[in-house]
Write a protein that binds this ligand. Structure first.
Ligand SMILES: NC(=O)c1ccc[n+]([C@@H]2O[C@H](COP(=O)([O-])OP(=O)(O)OC[C@H]3O[C@@H](n4cnc5c(N)ncnc54)[C@H](O)[C@@H]3O)[C@@H](O)[C@H]2O)c1
Length: 345
């Protein structure tokens, strides 16, 4: 059976997901697309045999020829489309963020709870990255003892001029926030944001880098260096320190060349290169789960918790204070949250 997917938002990542759904993965085809920029949607559909363009996202969602929906429009529009997808009884893959405010995420959680089943997966693709998965296996396997803390770094080579310090938290560190919850199967207790000396490459009034300190309820601490003007490449680092050992992401996914007394390897150019396998595995897992009648991976609860953590991080950034993370009670629907859920390797 082929899953007919409708894609809302044919911008950068929408087009990348259309490419993988069409040319890389098994079991799905893109049946419909839409974008507020209809010209862009029409250009994209030219390369998709049999696919149609809808005038609006709402039209696409109720199209009987669309089995499941991918939301890759701008963050503030996600709530409307995810809620419409749930109401139409369809499975929804929503790129992060699930929604841009705690209240909007809450409404999505309530809608899913009322529907009585999970219909939403949120695009936190790092959970599908082979290195992060191997790290989690080492942490949960027990051989290196109880985890104590994690060091992480998220370095972007550069960002567009409109990027702000707030976006370092909402767009970059949000992935580290989700990794922390998933890696340690725990919720955040508090966030503190420190401002090191600012890079001369950052725009005026822009604090870059930031040091984001995440405290988990069980006591594990995660420090995240988040930097968006690193220049040299897209550098993702992580090390979990446990009672009897430590586990670290590899320096390079490619080969290391040794020559003339030196060794060298490639630093990925951008997030697309670093996480291409994670995106592929994430989408294949979603296609397989939806075809089997359900969903998988990061849930609406995980999307809610990440957005609340980001709001808390912004309060910490602006106040300079340690701010507690206050979550609503977790509905039973998410008792086995995706933070615990394992996905096939
Ligand atoms: N998982 C990741 O690492 C990752 C990486 C990049 C982007 N994203 C997320 O994906 C989403 C899209 O990001 P992008 O970089 O592709 O942005 P983009 O600006 O390149 O594309 C967004 C598209 O959505 C369209 N759009 C805006 N409002 C719409 C509406 N109401 N209805 C239909 N279409 C609408 C725009 O016209 C545009 O074509 C964002 O939420 C972003 O945070 C996630």
């Amino acid at each position: 059976m082929t899953l007919n997917v409708g894609v809302i938002g044919t911008g950068m990542i929408g087009q990348d997901h259309i490419r993988r759904l069409t040319h890389v993965l098994n079991g799905a085809r893109v049946a419909a697309v839409t974008d507020v920029d209809l010209e862009r949607a029409r250009t994209v559909v030219d390369d998709l045999p049999g696919a149609v363009v809808h005038e609006t996202g709402q039209d696409l969602i109720v199209d009987p020829g669309v089995d499941a929906v991918v939301v890759t429009s701008w963050g503030p529009t996600h709530e409307e489309y995810v809620l419409a997808g749930i109401a139409a009884g369809k499975q929804v893959f929503c790129e992060k963020p699930l929604a841009t405010t705690r209240e909007a995420c809450d409404r999505i959680v309530e809608a899913e709870v009322a529907a009585g089943r999970r219909q939403v997966m949120v695009g936190f693709m790092r959970r599908f990255d082979p290195q992060y998965r191997a790290m989690k296996s080492a942490v949960t396997g027990g051989e290196i003892g109880a985890p104590l803390l994690m060091h992480a770094a998220h370095r972007n080579p550069s960002v567009p001029p409109h990027f702000t310090s707030e976006m370092i938290i909402n767009d970059s560190a949000v992935h580290d926030i989700d990794v922390a919850r998933w890696m340690f199967d725990d919720e955040l207790a508090a966030v503190t944001v420190l401002k090191p000396r600012t890079s001369s490459k950052a725009a005026a009034g822009f604090h870059d880098p930031l040091l984001v300190l995440l405290e988990l309820r069980g006591g594990v601490l995660v420090d995240v260096e988040a930097m968006v003007n690193a220049g040299f490449g897209y550098d993702i680092r992580g090390e979990v320190v446990c009672e009897d050992g430590a586990v670290e992401l590899s320096e390079s996914a490619g080969v290391v060349v040794k020559r003339a007394g030196r060794h060298s390897g490639r630093v990925p150019e951008n997030w697309r290169e670093r996480f291409v396998t994670a995106f592929d595995l994430e989408f294949q897992a979603w296609i397989d789960a939806v075809t089997a009648g359900g969903t998988t991976g990061p849930s609406a609860w995980d999307g809610y918790a990440a957005t609340v953590a980001c709001e808390t991080g912004l309060a910490a950034l602006h106040s300079g204070q340690r701010i507690p993370v206050v979550l609503r009670e977790r509905p039973d629907l998410y008792a086995k949250s995706a933070a615990q859920e394992e996905v096939a390797p």
